[in-house]
Design a protein around this ligand. Structure first.
Ligand code: GAL
Length: 848
């Protein structure tokens, strides 16, 4: 039965609905303004934590789960770019379906009760193909991107208007009751403005006016744009932004890209950023008057299909983010940041009340205090020395501050959080998909593969001939990664008698890779790298008397997405020379070449499900390995469970993979990173940069490739691989996660969980706790280790110390069969074998 109170409320609501529709709007709508201290939402200054999640880098089925985890992690805002090239693939034809359903994404965020920062750009950068620009834009006569150029400005304004209009139609701006509180125009133009001469500042002026005239009712930002015209807020991007000041005292201090790690490129080691340093950077920012901070990325996801930017951006966009590529929580990163957000939230009223006062407490030691009134304040204590720990005196108390750390004191007295003290749960395996205890690897029977060996060189009748070497992107219009360059080399019969002959081919290319064939036989493979896509090849070749064919397959691995004038950087061979004793040096560069865009297999559509039963495919006992330009196909059964899948393509060379016709992305495990530049235990102390902490030197950047569960059918599934340089498909396997190995180690001296803190509770201080929790759907099924004392080692390799109580049964009691459990780290709960020692509780458990 409905309670009387509820009934009255319902009737009232209906009356309002009937008689005053606009009132509802007024009740639900949100006003967003700003002042010099903060963003002001509904009249209240706010401290906001934000995180980037780019909607097409996962599937819509996963959006709600990611947003839930982001909210639980303490975020208030989700930030995303808008990807013009996929929303308007053909001029005037729009696409907003599936992974590109922007409206749906914004609504999902809204339903979770979070805000949205919409970075419309329309230039995105983002390691996204062509920085998010559609290819057709490049072919508009007279166009120059990102400068004071009329054709460009026309198109940019149309697209900005399209997106703003769409959001308005759906009532998604805050003033309409929607979640969008901020919008961005352009992206980091300040970094490249110098290269556009007088056009740069004029363009920025125009972009600002154009954006403001769209009347979104929310503030606009320009990131990394110190000359952002009023009222646009210029914001900071970087690893640290505490020393940033906006270009007017009436603008708040905002940080739009705080890199949680870095992106990955083929041929590079894997970058990561220790959470202690990330938390330090965030705490420093709010200590210094920041109001809004965004993690780039909170969830990075995957560059499916040909969405990856370039050159040579990998398919994984994991970014070492708090939510990993597959959407799983990455610990201790997620947990330590969640604790940080809670600690900052407890200070919010203080932070927005005033500007901080600064107190130097020693060399590289300082305090910032935020006052609500003269005897009511919150404080941040910082030690920004990169190696010296310190004990400081503050307000007549003494505090220990580890090097490169910030302590947060919401009552100006109690340390409830220190950035260097990680008390959250950790993960045992570095990559849980690679661990036998938490992953199931299903290999595919080697005999079930079919293949199709495609033609090298010109394969169809839509080829064309031209003098000289054509620029690749202008020729393919990015319809394919591939362009065939074919010519013939003539060797005089009279010279053929000389057996000593040795010919060489020299090729210089602007990028990104090339496979060279002489008389249809592969003779070489060359490639550049992310920092320099140019490369040259010197190849010994054997020519026959008479005519020889030379086929060069030039390959793109993601169009450039960053830098001044990046949109007109070319690709493909620029010089091809044959040098031999017989003919001397012949420069073929200006000769006649025949061109064909794309591969035969692409033309045939071998990636498509409808081609799976085609007679083109050959089936036999022995699948050919180490073959270039070959297509492979197999079916595999849907693995059990509902979680995401990974394809293990470690045995393959370079190519692309499709599951049920959906492109998983480009793969290139044959490209190993350099042997040097990695550190096992990267010291979080001291300034971070993108190359400071790297792992997996001398290995492929990526062997596992994410396949979203929603792409999988019950029963049989089709896997197609296109191998370009040679691999072994018989070793390909499908991997799923079956659980997680979690652990924690907390000392009696550690702070209690942030959320147990209450003002004036110092008389009965809360005890520290070990808190364990599993991903939704899993439960704690076993405790592998539990010691209270002075356990040695670290997660995954704990061992009892000299003081050791085996507390396995206590922990089992508290945790087995549960999704989450918490254990106070006290002698009361755990017993006490060695009273004088300050003890720690270390636990290792399995969720499955
Ligand atoms: C920034 C850019 C982002 C992204 C990032 C690196 O310069 O604004 O879009 O590319 O670098 O991940």
């Amino acid at each position: 039965m409905m309670e009387k109170k509820n009934l009255v409320e319902l009737i009232l609501l209906c009356l309002i609905l009937v008689f005053e529709g606009h009132c509802i709007q007024r009740v639900l709508c949100t006003s967003v303004t700003y002042d010099g201290r903060a963003l002001v939402i509904d009249g209240k200054r706010r401290i906001l934590q934000s995180g980037s999640i780019h909607y097409p880098r996962t599937t819509p089925e996963v959006w709600p789960e990611l947003i839930r985890k982001a909210k639980e992690g303490g975020l208030d805002v989700i930030e995303t770019y808008v990807f013009w090239n996929y929303h308007e693939p053909v001029k005037g034809q729009y696409y907003f379906e599936g992974r590109f359903d922007l409206v749906q994404f914004v609504k999902v965020v809204h339903e979770a009760g979070l805000f949205v920062h919409l970075r419309i750009g329309p230039y995105a950068c983002a390691e996204w193909n062509y920085g998010g620009f559609p290819m057709w834009l490049h072919f508009i006569p007279g166009i120059q991107f990102r400068t004071n150029n009329a054709p460009y400005k026309t198109e940019m304004e149309l697209f900005l208007g399209k997106i703003v209009g769409l959001m308005k139609e759906e009532n998604l701006f805050a003033a309409q009751g929607g979640p969008i509180i901020l919008a961005q125009v352009e992206n980091e133009y300040g970094n490249v403005e110098w290269a556009y001469g007088a056009g740069g500042p004029l363009y920025i002026q125009w972009a600002a006016e154009t954006a403001v005239n769209m009347n979104t009712s929310v503030p606009w930002v320009m990131c990394a744009q110190s000359d952002a015209p009023d009222p646009i807020i210029n914001t900071c991007n970087g690893f640290y932004c505490d020393q940033f000041t906006p270009n007017s005292p009436s603008k708040p201090k905002m940080w739009t890209e705080n890199y949680v790690g870095w992106f990955l490129a083929f041929g590079y080691p894997i970058p990561y950023r220790p959470v202690e340093d990330l938390a330090f950077a965030v705490a420093r920012f709010f200590e210094y008057g920041g109001t809004f901070q965004n993690y780039y990325m909170y969830f990075g996801g995957s560059n499916f299909g040909r969405t990856a930017g370039g050159p040579l951006i990998a398919t994984s966009y994991d970014y070492d983010a708090p939510l990993d590529e597959y959407g799983f929580i990455r610990q201790p990163k997620w947990g330590h940041l969640r604790d940080l957000h809670k600690a900052i939230k407890l200070c919010e009223d203080y932070l927005v009340s005033s500007e901080p006062t600064h107190e130097q407490l020693g060399s590289k030691l300082e305090a910032h205090v935020y006052y609500k009134s003269s005897n009511d304040s919150a404080a941040f204590l910082a030690n920004y020395d990169s190696s010296q720990d310190a004990t400081i005196q503050f307000n007549r108390n003494s505090y220990f501050l580890p090097a490169w750390s910030v302590s947060i004191l919401p009552d100006c007295k109690t340390v409830i959080y220190n950035t260097a003290k990680v008390v959250s749960q950790r993960t045992v395996a570095d990559n849980p998909f690679n661990s036998a205890t938490t992953a199931r690897d299903t290999s595919i029977a080697p005999s079930s593969w079919s293949w199709y060996k495609e033609h090298a060189g010109i394969w169809g009748n839509n080829s064309f001939t031209s003098l000289g070497l054509l620029e690749q992107i202008n020729t393919t219009k990015d319809a394919s990664d591939f362009l065939w360059y074919t010519t013939s080399i003539h060797v005089d019969e009279s010279d053929a008698s000389n057996q000593e002959n040795e010919d060489h081919l020299f090729l210089v290319s602007l990028g990104h890779a090339a496979l060279v064939f002489i008389n249809k036989q592969v003779v070489g493979f060359g490639y550049g790298n992310h920092d320099n896509a140019n490369f040259s090849m010197t190849q010994k070749i054997n020519l026959n008397p008479g005519n020889n064919t030379l086929d060069v397959l030039s390959m793109m691995v993601g169009l450039q997405n960053y830098g001044p004038w990046f949109d007109i950087q070319g690709a493909g061979p620029i010089s091809v020379i044959v040098d031999g004793l017989r003919n001397g040096k012949t420069d073929l560069s200006n000769g006649e070449w025949t061109y064909q865009v794309g591969l035969e297999g692409e033309y045939l559509g071998l990636d498509r499900v409808s081609m799976a039963n085609s007679s083109l495919w050959t089936k036999g006992e022995l699948v050919p390995v180490k073959e270039s330009l070959i297509w492979y196909k197999v079916t595999f059964l849907a693995p059990e469970g509902t979680g995401p899948l990974a394809l293990n393509l470690a045995s393959m060379g370079k190519g692309q993979a499709w599951v049920n016709g959906q492109s998983v992305g480009r793969y290139w495990p044959a490209y190993l990173s350099p042997m040097t530049g990695c550190t096992d235990n990267c010291d979080y102390r001291g300034s971070y940069d993108a190359s400071k902490c790297q792992k997996d030197c001398g290995k492929p950047a990526q062997t596992l490739y994410h396949v979203p569960r929603s792409w999988i059918n019950p029963g049989e599934n089709l896997l197609v691989l296109h191998e370009e340089i040679g691999g072994d498909p018989s070793k390909v396997s499908v991997v799923t996660r079956t659980g997680q190995e979690i652990c924690a180690v907390i000392s009696q001296a550690d702070p209690a969980p942030v959320d147990t803190w209450k003002l004036n509770s110092e008389l009965t201080p809360n005890s520290p706790q070990v808190r364990l929790s599993c991903e939704a759907g899993w439960r704690i099924t076993s405790i592998h280790f539990a010691s209270f004392g002075n356990p040695q080692g670290s997660c995954g390799a704990f061992a009892p110390g000299a003081c050791h109580s085996d507390v396995v049964s206590i922990i089992e009691q508290a945790c087995i069969g549960r999704e989450a459990c918490s254990i106070p780290v006290t002698a009361d709960t755990l017993g006490d074998l060695c009273p004088p020692v300050i003890k720690s509780l270390a636990i290792e458990a399995l969720c499955s």
